[in-house]
Design a protein around this ligand. Structure first.
Ligand SMILES: Nc1ncnc2c1ncn2[C@@H]1O[C@H](COP(=O)(O)OP(=O)(O)OP(=O)(O)O)[C@@H](O)[C@H]1O
Length: 347
């Protein structure tokens, strides 16, 4: 539904030029919720604004619903944009228009007749739970209610795609939860394809099917959300996950970690397990079958959508060959094992 091919964007030119996107390839199939996560300045806003050509890419092709937008301009581009709704962090509502008239605005601009507009707007306001606020002004609404108006307005032209630019970043956690639930309902009910950008793992975890990680203008990792939360493939992905889970080895231990295995040290591992492994008593089996002792330093269980994910940081204690066997044993049982380092046995 959304396809970006080798999209790059450079702002300005000469020595002051800033390259915000580098050769971005992205495909979001119909009906999917895709998140792009990255640190501040990584290029998230530029990426999402390139999808509806609020920013024109310097290079590359953008297609939405089979139509190449980068080949369009003027009226043709404006018409194509009716199939792309967008919501923003600060809602971008018109303060001098009521809730009803904010939602009606894109339809008025399309030249739709009054009666037809009412037939569209009333059910949308009902869907976002604001049918009792139609005559109020944005200043009379909470942040969450303003975002609901913005969602209804974005859906007024019956788009195929919804772009969400940090749509919950200005909201408290509870309101964020209710807006994400609304977006998920809309995705399910209308089969709407959603591309969102965020710096919050919670948003990705709650509603996205797939996630891309952006760093310095490039997409450096892409995965199904369950896989990303189990075993991110890049250092940046692991950093995002560890910050989110607050699962880091104690600082005193990090300082003692050595890179290579030796006769007098033993491995510290980060284990991630999902599916059957969560309910299997692997650690006691490890002790019994591999003859190693396991000292658990940190552990937690997370629910990632409909998957359960177990995470643990542990020292595997025993002779080097036994701890190697233990790691093989864990990997054979589909655990993701990352050796964080080695710690001296008698330290
Ligand atoms: N209009 C512009 N002119 C010049 N440089 C820009 C412009 N917009 C963005 N940039 C630069 O492009 C880079 C990417 O910015 P962008 O806003 O896309 O990142 P971001 O990941 O959305 O950041 P944040 O989360 O802080 O909003 C940054 O270095 C930024 O300074």
């Amino acid at each position: 539904m959304i396809r970006l091919r080798t999209v790059s964007k450079t702002y300005g030119s000469g020595p002051s030029a800033v390259t915000a996107l580098r050769n971005v390839d992205l495909h979001v199939p119909k009906g999917q919720i895709h998140g792009v996560i990255g640190l501040s300045g990584a290029g998230k806003s530029t990426l999402i604004r390139c999808v509806n050509l609020l920013e024109r890419p310097t290079q590359g092709i953008v297609s939405v619903d089979g139509q190449e937008l980068t080949g369009l301009s003027g009226t043709a581009l404006n018409q194509a944009r009716h199939r792309i709704g967008m919501i923003f962090q600060h809602f971008n509502l018109l303060t001098n228009r009521t809730v009803y008239r904010n939602v009606a605005l894109p339809l008025e601009l399309m030249g739709m007749a009054r009666g037809e507009i009412r037939e569209r707007v009333d059910p949308l306001l009902k869907m976002v739970g604001l049918d009792d606020k139609t005559d109020q002004y944005p200043a009379q609404l909470s942040g969450g209610q303003k975002q609901r108006v913005a969602i209804a307005r974005a859906l007024a032209s019956r788009p195929k795609v919804l772009l969400c630019d940090e749509a919950t970043s200005a909201l408290d956690p509870q309101t964020t939860g209710s807006i994400l639930a609304l977006l998920r309902d809309i995705n399910r009910q209308l089969g709407l394809t959603i591309l969102l950008i965020t710096h919050e793992m919670e948003v990705v975890k709650t509603i996205c099917h797939r996630v891309s990680l952006i760093s310095d203008g490039a997409l450096v990792e892409e995965a199904d959300v369950g896989d990303f939360f189990t075993a991110p493939r890049t250092e940046l992905g692991r950093r995002f996950l560890n910050d989110f889970l607050e699962l880091e080895p104690p600082r005193a231990l990090i300082e003692r970690l050595e890179a290579s295995p030796g006769e007098h040290n033993h491995p510290v591992v980060r284990l991630a397990f999902s599916g059957d492994a969560v309910s299997t008593p692997l650690i006691s089996r490890l002790a019994r079958e591999c003859g190693v002792d396991v000292s658990i330093l940190q552990a937690k269980v997370e629910s990632i959508q409909d998957r359960t994910l177990g995470l643990m940081i542990a020292e595997l204690m025993g002779p080097a060959e036994k701890t190697r066997e233990a790691i093989d044993y864990l990997e054979d049982h589909n655990l993701n094992v990352e050796v964080l380092g080695h710690v001296q046995r008698d330290a």
